[in-house]
Design a protein around this ligand. Structure first.
Ligand code: XIL
Length: 398
């Protein structure tokens, strides 16, 4: 049974002591003390002690979230309690993909996403709806866009897209705080992808998608989401130009019966799937510069899908790589948290027991161990480093 209780002062003292140890890089192997936990985990689940990440994020007023998959919770008793203990936001990992909710023409099944958002609501967490309009052209094997949409003629497909966005936003209105409305519109040269949603060869599908989302859920935060556009580069330049144009377009909406004007877009999601190898992670200073230029346009930023993959042999990473991983988690999370327009960080999972990196060996050959807890839920050096990034951001403006 999981319960949330007000921490007695002994727990706060223990938390402070643990934070001090974490600060020294020693916060990874402290045995759990009996009783008085802020959130009790079922026996057998590792309790890292000290403040949960969400406690630190709440203090800062930012999101700390994780991708969440119901199938993982089904046969792992530690999955849900650890997610709700550590994070203040859940992102259904696959439950709002078009191939999950819209398998048949016009028939929508929100049951899995609803179940995840219900866990979030029960646990006083946010729910982020992820990737309404996405067609990963390099990964047709994922089957993200169902065949009934792919086979429609272009004009009909555009109407389907607008209907798709509208249905999702109507369904989650008032329950989701954020939508990543359009994902991965650009190739690595900053050219618009010729994906299935791009029926006219220009950015009008992006505009139409945001307009539908904004009109339907005027209060939701609307994000454009991208990978490889974390730092300043040719792709993030293209993203910047696009979102700047979107930010300057206004939509008339109705909020509580009153007419209001809202810009089409609120922010940019930086996926942050990175690795410890050469050229596999952006330079934090350049990420900071990218975030800063978005701020000047009035745009928020979130890290939306962070993981840091490392080379593994039989599932095991070297100690040196785990330290490199720690340093990347620290510097990149801190870079975001120090920016006033950074709304927070979502990790693409939290335990090496469940990760899309190891599920996709063709894409991430020889890589794994990408998350802050190991497969037994023990904190890796990265976990303490993420805590430290939050602790040292106290006082930053958000
Ligand atoms: C991934 C999921 O984690 C996998 O389970 C699925 O098979 C494919 O999609 N960029 C995104 C995420 O925006 O939605 C992707 O999630 C990872 C890459």
């Amino acid at each position: 049974m999981i319960s949330v209780v007000t921490p007695p002062s002994s727990v706060l003292r223990r938390a402070a002591a643990t934070m001090a140890l974490v600060g020294l890089g020693l916060g990874v192997a402290i045995a759990p003390a009996a009783g008085n936990e802020v959130v009790a985990l079922p026996s057998g689940c590792f309790d890292p002690l000290g403040p949960a990440l969400r406690t630190l994020a709440d203090d800062l007023g930012v999101v700390v979230g994780t991708a969440y998959r119901s199938a993982f919770a089904a046969d792992d008793p530690c999955y849900e309690p650890t997610a709700t203990r550590e994070f203040n936001s859940l992102t259904p990992e696959i439950a709002t993909f078009s191939n999950t909710i819209a398998r048949q023409p016009g028939e929508y099944d929100f049951s899995d996403a609803d179940a995840i958002c219900a866990i979030a609501a029960r646990s006083d967490m946010r729910c982020q709806v992820h990737n309404l309009v996405w067609d990963p052209v390099d990964h047709p094997e994922w089957g993200i866009v169902p065949e009934w949409i792919r086979s429609q003629p272009p004009a009909e497909r555009r109407r389907t897209m607008i209907d798709h966005v509208t249905r999702i936003a109507r369904h989650f209105r008032g329950r989701a705080d954020t939508y990543t409305v359009v994902n991965e519109a650009f190739d690595d040269q900053g050219r618009l992808q010729a994906n299935v949603w791009n029926t006219t060869g220009d950015e009008s599908y992006v505009v139409d998608a945001f307009r539908a989302a904004r009109r339907t859920d005027p209060q939701g935060d609307l994000y454009y989401n991208e990978f490889g556009a974390e730092d300043v580069n040719v792709k993030s330049d293209a993203v910047f130009d696009l979102v700047r144009r979107l930010r300057r377009e206004w939509v008339v909406v109705e909020v509580d019966g009153r007419v209001r004007h809202r810009p089409l877009i609120d922010g940019v999601g930086l996926q942050m799937h990175v690795g410890v190898g050469p050229g596999e992670a952006p330079d934090p200073a350049s990420v900071a510069a990218n975030i800063a230029r978005l701020r000047r346009e009035g745009l928020s930023v979130r890290i939306t899908e962070m993981d840091v993959r490392v080379p593994v042999t039989d599932g095991r990473a070297s100690a040196v790589d785990l330290l490199r991983q720690r340093d990347l988690y620290h510097s990149l999370v801190l870079t975001c948290l120090l920016a006033p327009n950074c709304e927070g960080v979502t990790f693409w999972g939290f335990t090496d027991a469940h990760s899309w990196i190891t599920e996709n060996p063709e894409t991430f050959s020889g890589a794994g161990a990408a998350l802050p807890l190991d497969a037994q839920y023990r904190p890796k050096p990265a976990y303490g480093a993420i805590r430290r990034a939050f602790v040292s951001s106290v006082g930053s403006e958000h």
